[in-house]
Design a binder for this molecule. Structure first.
Ligand code: CDP
Ligand code: MG
Length: 718
């Protein structure tokens, strides 16, 4: 179905670290019960109804019917693959069954989720079922946020968190069992965990591993773990009518809105779920829908329009579960495909797109792009309409697009994303040869090569591809390698405190608040923070001003800055400081000499360095690919444009825009990355030319050597 909608949009919004986009919660899980509760007037009675509801609900789940059978099988086998429809109770129940059967005497029960929101919300739900406070017997742990304590028995976490834990505890001794949930999502960390956990089960005979999947691709998992049994939880689904568009919509937001209105006026009761790609188009849809529905006519009943995406504040997220007399229209990302279960959905509108992380080895970077979904996604989306009764799905694409143009399954993330992080982690776990590491689907060689190269550039690997002391230190931080390198460099040159603030600011999305009706005012407020030569330092400036204003909430409001984001930054920063202490690194400051801070920043971004070519236009120094300053950059519209810059990432809209840019001194690039960059004092300087050639040769030799090593390893494999 082509790519008319193009590639675009906010790279920072979804899936930055651990996928983060979904939800598993369902606080008022059952609409009927929800309504029953509303009619009961007294608090006490409704409380009673609620507890009864939870116990009853647990028993009504499909997984409950096969509980004994499942537990019998688990007694005989250490690894089981469990398949079941979304909503059958895998995520919330299996952990509790294991506990009830006594496994937790020997350790914690862990359950991994590819998305952070899911880890949090499902832990919340299970703590309610368990009857404990969240963070006690039932808790969760996601990057930079640990909500567990010494008494925690059931721990939900992102797959990234468990992967990091294996770095410090290779046999995962603290766990008696791990449930790898949502395995069908094939997130990068889940895929790496597959390999790591296969070794754990080989070494530990007192360890249970359950892999759960919402789809039928379970045989592959079973084979990977040595033909382990596949347990199927019988599903309960109703028929869903599938309706296709006659032509693929040009503007899917508009098409979805039209469809939603058509359902609203033409169909009976039932809530609507619309699948969009991300925050931006979700917001656009909600606005447009509200607008159009008010135009349809007086006698059209109002609808309740509810967005849901990972960055939405959690109180807003919870609203989708509240019961309502009005028809609910939930506008979601693929968050709602398998992990989130809202009862009462009868109509699904499927745009046919999602946002996927894609790696471009040539450019050496990831970007989030709007991409057609796979058939597997499409069928999951359809399934959401048939959970509590018969339903219908409107696909805003043609049947032939579905058949001929959609992939059967989404390509696993490991085959389409940057692996620098994973490679560094595996290297620090002592995996020497990446090809002999048991990947279920090995990543492309080019990508491995590129990641090795990037790590070598950062000084994390030596010429033989072995991890260096710096690399080992870098691996201690739950950060992308460029950022951990920056921190270490900052420490070395005496400005780790400032770099720490910069790195923390980079790890949260949307610092600046820009309400549509006060755009000019908020832009002006933002401009006041600008440090002309650097967006990174602009962020630092914001953080430092907030700090010197006593972390004030009013200050945030006055300056159009999200207080919630800054609070998060402060937490992240605190945790980085803790790692510094553990690693016996120094938190040092340069006061106002921010040039040094820029120098440290430069050290992390060799692969993202660019040279001025035209007005606002740069070319990447290594790939020669052009990129532009974004109009919101502090460097944009400066009186001058610096010759050399480094940038955090590239975002695609109409063209490639660099996001978060810092001007650097050419000498820093040559000083800290002498293997790549030489400063040409004058073009006729023979020596510098010679030096440059030698450097290029060396670079090529290194790449060749890596390629040879990989080839050799591949041959040994065979
Ligand atoms: O993992 P699976 O999709 O098989 O199901 P689950 O997430 O364990 O959900 C089972 C049921 O628990 C859902 O249908 C909801 O009714 C309820 N639930 C909830 O009320 N709140 C949550 N956060 C998660 C689940
Ligand atoms: Mg689940």
């Amino acid at each position: 179905m082509g790519n008319a909608m193009g590639v675009k949009k906010n790279d920072t919004e979804e899936g930055k670290d651990d996928g983060e986009d979904d939800e598993d919660f369902d606080h008022k899980a059952n609409n009927q019960y929800g309504k029953a509760l509303m009619t009961q007037k007294t608090e006490a009675r409704s409380e009673f109804a609620k507890t009864r509801t939870i116990a009853e609900q647990r028993k009504s789940l499909p997984v409950y019917g096969v509980k004994e059978e499942f537990m019998d099988l688990l007694r005989e086998h250490n690894v089981i693959v469990a398949v079941g429809e979304t909503g059958s109770g895998k995520t919330t129940q299996l952990t509790q069954y294991l506990h009830e059967a006594g496994y937790s005497v020997n350790g914690q029960i862990g359950c991994t989720q590819p998305r952070r929101v899911a880890a949090v919300s499902v832990a919340k739900r299970v703590s309610e079922e368990f009857g404990c406070e969240l963070g006690t017997k039932v808790g969760y742990s996601i990057r930079f946020e640990d909500c567990t304590n010494d008494t925690t028995i059931i721990k939900y976490m992102t797959d990234g968190v468990l992967l990091r834990e294996t770095l410090f505890e290779p046999d995962l001794d603290r766990y008696c069992a791990v449930i790898m949930d949502e395995a069908h999502e094939r997130s990068l960390n889940t895929d790496v965990l597959f390999g790591v956990l296969r070794q754990v089960v080989a070494r530990r005979h007192d360890f249970k591993l359950i892999i759960t999947s919402a789809t039928m691709d379970s045989d592959k998992f079973a084979t990977f773990f040595g033909n382990v049994p596949v347990f199927t939880i019988p599903g309960r689904t109703f028929p869903v009518d599938t309706l296709y568009a006659r032509t693929t919509a040009q503007d899917y937001v508009d098409a979805a809105v039209q469809q939603a209105i058509a359902i609203h006026v033409g169909q009976g009761v039932g809530d609507i779920l619309i699948f969009m790609t991300g925050q931006e188009d979700i917001e656009a849809t909600c606005v447009l829908l509200a607008d159009r529905v008010s135009q349809v006519g007086e006698d059209v009943p109002p609808m309740l329009i509810l967005p849901i995406y990972s960055q939405l504040p959690s109180d807003m997220q919870a609203r989708i579960f509240e019961s309502s007399e009005k028809r609910k229209v939930i506008v979601a990302t693929n968050i709602a495909e398998t992990s989130l279960t809202v009862d009462g959905i009868k109509f699904v509108i499927d745009t046919g797109y999602c946002k996927l992380k894609l790696y471009n080895p040539k450019m050496g970077m990831d970007s989030l792009q709007i991409t057609p979904i796979s058939q597997a996604n499409a069928n999951q989306r359809r399934g959401r309409a048939g959970r509590t009764g018969p339903g219908a799905v409107w696909r805003l694409y043609t049947e032939s697009a579905y058949i001929a143009e959609m992939l059967t399954m989404t390509i696993p993330e490991i085959q389409r994303s940057n692996l620098a992080n994973v490679v560094l982690l595996l290297k620090s776990m002592g995996v020497k040869d990446l090809l002999s590491f048991g990947f279920m689907d090995p990543p492309p060689q080019d990508t491995i090569l590129n990641s090795l190269f990037q790590l070598w550039m950062l000084g994390a690997l030596d010429n033989l591809g072995d991890i260096t002391a710096v690399g080992n230190k870098m691996a201690q931080f739950p950060l992308d390698p460029p950022l951990s390198k920056m921190l270490l460099q900052g420490e070395e040159i005496g400005c780790s405190s400032e770099v720490m603030s910069v790195v923390s600011m980079l790890s949260v999305p949307s610092i600046f608040f820009r309400p549509k009706d006060r755009a000019e005012e908020s832009d002006a407020a933002r401009d006041k923070f600008f440090v002309p030569e650097s967006d990174h330092l602009t962020l630092l400036n914001v953080y430092q001003q907030w700090t010197s204003n006593g972390y004030s909430a009013k200050w945030c409001t006055d300056h159009f800055v999200h207080q919630k984001s800054l609070k998060k930054v402060r937490e992240v920063r605190g945790q980085l400081e803790e790692i510094f202490q553990q690693q016996k690194l120094h938190v040092n400051s340069v006061g106002n000499d921010w040039d040094l801070v820029r120098k440290a920043i430069c050290a992390g971004y060799f692969h993202n360095s660019a040279k001025l070519r035209g007005i606002g236009e740069y070319v990447n120094l290594r790939s020669r690919i052009p990129a532009h300053l974004h109009p919101t950059s502090a460097l944009y519209g400066l009186g001058y444009t610096p010759d050399y810059i480094v940038y955090h990432e590239v975002m695609f809209t109409v063209k490639e825009y660099m996001q978060t840019v810092t001007a650097v001194d050419a000498h820093w690039l040559s000083e800290m990355g002498p293997m790549f960059f030489s400063v040409k004092e004058s073009s006729s300087d023979f020596h510098s030319k010679q030096r440059q050639e030698a450097e290029e040769r060396r670079q090529m030799e290194y790449q060749q050597q890596l390629r040879d090593d990989l080839d050799r390893a591949a041959k040994q494999e065979e």
